[in-house]
Design a protein around this ligand. Structure first.
Ligand code: ADP
Ligand code: MG
Length: 343
């Protein structure tokens, strides 16, 4: 069937500012070239919708737009929420998903698939959604239909970012700035190629800790804090203290990193990336042995700094390396960690 409308959604790598977008903090993601494409075609032979994805190889016939509990929810949710917004009954459409973005490794394929579908729908029904509307709708679908997801970062950078500028975003008031990345350096993404062990419950557990720590300290969100005082430490549980320490210090690191990016200082920027990783590992508790190994291998083979990217619990690391050292680094990584894949 011939596609009559196409939408594309990009992935991202978060350079620093991990687990801050649901704590009212600042983040620094960079859009990447890898994207998901949604092709939409009319199909008079079906009642509702059908979906196929090159990552799953099974055509799904959806009889009713309701939650199924699998990957199709991103498309079903897009149809439902888009339909509701514009009072359209969506039917007799086929969706073909083609992806160049590895899924579930922390590069935000979930936001990319939702945005590609919404864009395809917008084109087809001739609805000119503003960037803000698109971001909000995609966020709403991921959080309130699919039922996972953090803050607004992934949708934001997929829509408003680009591949040459990092997006410095204040997730609390949504102010943002695009900043040129280092000229002769690469943010190389290395997939640890291990099954991600992030479950909703583990992710939600971290969110709960942030929430309970905020409540105890009378804050709307943790990033309002700049320093954790002695009194704070007394009222927080050990677990709450640890997540709080990561969040508060990470937010400060992001602001410093932005300055180093503007000052064209990759050495100091890299150091902050590694500090971020150590904090994610030691205090936030979301790293794995494989991610730690990739970080230390990269750093010992000439990278300026490295960290896990995305929520953690497996997935990928991002490492800052000079362009002319990339190939050598890849070779050395593979010699010491043969499962690694470069995105
Ligand atoms: P991330 O956003 O970091 O890639 P998530 O766990 O948030 O990880 O989202 C991954 C989920 O998004 C997959 O499990 C799947 O449900 C959906 N998804 C992503 N890409 C595709 C694709 N190409 N085809 C079908 N579903 C996809
Ligand atoms: Mg995601």
């Amino acid at each position: 069937m011939k596609a009559i409308s196409v939408g594309e959604g990009y992935g991202r790598v978060n350079l620093i500012g991990e687990h801050l977008d649901y704590n009212g903090g600042c983040v620094l993601p960079l859009q990447i070239k890898n994207s998901i494409i949604c092709e939409l075609s009319e199909n008079p032979e079906i009642e509702c919708i059908s979906i196929v994805s090159d990552k799953y190889h099974k055509k799904l016939s959806i009889e009713k737009l309701e939650k199924r509990g699998d990957w199709a929810d991103f498309i079903i949710g897009s149809c439902l929420f888009f339909g509701k917004k514009y009072s359209i009954v969506i039917k007799k459409l086929s969706f073909n998903i083609r992806s160049h973005l590895p899924l579930g490794i922390g590069l935000s394929s979930s936001a990319a698939i939702t945005i590609s579908t919404l864009k395809a729908l917008g084109n087809y029904y001739k609805k000119d959604m503003s960037d803000d509307e698109l971001i909000n709708l995609a966020y709403d679908i991921e959080n309130n239909f699919v039922g996972v997801g953090g803050g607004i970062m992934d949708q934001f950078v997929s829509v408003l970012g680009n591949q040459n500028q990092a997006l410095f975003l204040n997730t609390l008031n949504r102010s943002y700035e695009l900043i040129d990345i280092f000229e002769d350096y690469n943010f190389l993404i290395i997939d640890s190629n291990t099954e991600r062990i992030l479950s909703n419950s583990e992710f939600n557990q971290k969110k709960e800790l942030c929430l309970s720590a905020s409540k105890k300290m009378n804050l709307n969100n943790l990033c309002e804090k700049e320093i954790i005082s002695k009194e704070d430490i007394e009222i927080l549980s050990d677990e709450e203290f640890k997540v709080c320490k990561h969040v508060v210090e990470e937010n400060i690191r992001v602001k410093k990193a932005v300055q180093f990016l503007k000052d064209d200082n990759p050495d100091e920027f890299g150091k902050l990336m590694t500090e971020s990783h150590l904090s994610l590992s030691k205090y936030y508790g979301v790293s794995t042995n494989e991610l730690n190994k990739l970080v230390s291998l990269s750093n010992s083979f000439g990278a300026l700094g490295s960290k896990l990217t995305g929520a953690g619990f497996g997935g990928a690391v991002v490492t800052l390396v000079k362009n002319d050292k990339v190939e050598e680094l890849k070779k050395l990584i593979l010699e010491n960690y043969n499962k690694a894949k470069f995105v």
